[in-house]
Design a binder for this molecule. Structure first.
Ligand SMILES: [Zn+2]
Length: 88
Protein backbone atom coordinates (compact mmCIF):
# COMPACT_ATOMS: atom_id res chain seq x y z
CA UNK A 1 0.00 0.00 0.00
CA UNK A 2 1.02 3.59 -0.49
CA UNK A 3 2.07 5.72 2.45
CA UNK A 4 -0.16 8.64 3.40
CA UNK A 5 2.22 11.28 2.04
CA UNK A 6 2.63 9.33 -1.15
CA UNK A 7 -1.10 9.01 -1.73
CA UNK A 8 -1.59 12.69 -0.96
CA UNK A 9 0.89 13.56 -3.68
CA UNK A 10 -0.71 10.99 -5.95
CA UNK A 11 -4.16 12.56 -5.59
CA UNK A 12 -2.75 16.01 -6.22
CA UNK A 13 -0.91 14.82 -9.33
CA UNK A 14 -4.01 12.96 -10.46
CA UNK A 15 -6.20 16.07 -10.32
CA UNK A 16 -3.49 18.05 -12.03
CA UNK A 17 -2.87 15.43 -14.73
CA UNK A 18 -6.49 14.79 -15.71
CA UNK A 19 -6.90 18.34 -16.95
CA UNK A 20 -3.65 18.33 -18.88
CA UNK A 21 -3.59 15.03 -20.74
CA UNK A 22 -4.56 16.69 -24.01
CA UNK A 23 -1.93 19.41 -23.52
CA UNK A 24 0.57 16.63 -22.95
CA UNK A 25 -0.49 14.89 -26.17
CA UNK A 26 -0.19 18.16 -28.06
CA UNK A 27 3.31 18.67 -26.66
CA UNK A 28 2.20 21.87 -24.96
CA UNK A 29 3.47 21.10 -21.48
CA UNK A 30 6.70 22.65 -20.26
CA UNK A 31 9.50 20.14 -19.61
CA UNK A 32 8.77 20.14 -15.86
CA UNK A 33 5.09 19.51 -16.53
CA UNK A 34 5.91 16.75 -18.96
CA UNK A 35 8.14 15.06 -16.41
CA UNK A 36 5.39 15.33 -13.80
CA UNK A 37 2.86 13.89 -16.26
CA UNK A 38 5.11 11.00 -17.20
CA UNK A 39 5.80 10.16 -13.56
CA UNK A 40 2.08 10.18 -12.86
CA UNK A 41 1.25 8.10 -15.94
CA UNK A 42 3.76 5.56 -14.67
CA UNK A 43 1.73 5.09 -11.48
CA UNK A 44 -1.87 5.74 -12.56
CA UNK A 45 -3.71 3.27 -14.79
CA UNK A 46 -6.73 5.57 -14.99
CA UNK A 47 -4.74 8.41 -16.52
CA UNK A 48 -3.00 5.99 -18.88
CA UNK A 49 -6.43 4.89 -20.13
CA UNK A 50 -7.44 8.52 -20.50
CA UNK A 51 -4.30 9.17 -22.51
CA UNK A 52 -4.89 6.11 -24.71
CA UNK A 53 -8.49 7.09 -25.35
CA UNK A 54 -7.59 10.66 -26.26
CA UNK A 55 -4.79 9.49 -28.51
CA UNK A 56 -7.15 7.16 -30.36
CA UNK A 57 -9.67 9.97 -30.82
CA UNK A 58 -6.97 12.27 -32.17
CA UNK A 59 -5.71 9.55 -34.53
CA UNK A 60 -9.26 9.01 -35.72
CA UNK A 61 -9.72 12.71 -36.38
CA UNK A 62 -6.51 12.80 -38.37
CA UNK A 63 -7.71 9.90 -40.49
CA UNK A 64 -11.07 11.57 -41.03
CA UNK A 65 -9.60 14.89 -42.07
CA UNK A 66 -9.57 15.52 -45.82
CA UNK A 67 -6.61 14.00 -47.63
CA UNK A 68 -4.05 16.71 -48.15
CA UNK A 69 -0.71 15.06 -48.66
CA UNK A 70 -0.12 11.48 -49.60
CA UNK A 71 -3.39 10.06 -48.33
CA UNK A 72 -4.81 8.27 -51.33
CA UNK A 73 -8.51 7.86 -50.59
CA UNK A 74 -9.26 6.77 -54.16
CA UNK A 75 -6.53 4.15 -53.96
CA UNK A 76 -7.92 2.86 -50.68
CA UNK A 77 -11.41 2.72 -52.14
CA UNK A 78 -10.09 0.87 -55.21
CA UNK A 79 -8.29 -1.73 -53.10
CA UNK A 80 -11.41 -2.23 -50.98
CA UNK A 81 -13.45 -2.74 -54.14
CA UNK A 82 -10.82 -5.14 -55.45
CA UNK A 83 -11.03 -7.16 -52.26
CA UNK A 84 -14.80 -7.22 -52.39
CA UNK A 85 -14.45 -8.40 -55.99
CA UNK A 86 -12.26 -11.29 -54.84
CA UNK A 87 -15.15 -12.48 -52.72
CA UNK A 88 -17.47 -12.88 -55.68
ZN1 LIG B 1 -4.17 9.79 -12.57
Amino acid sequence: MRGLLNSERFRRDHRWARGRVSDYLDGELAPAGRARMERHLGECAECRRLLDGLRRILDGLHRLSPPSDGVDALGIAASVRARLGELD
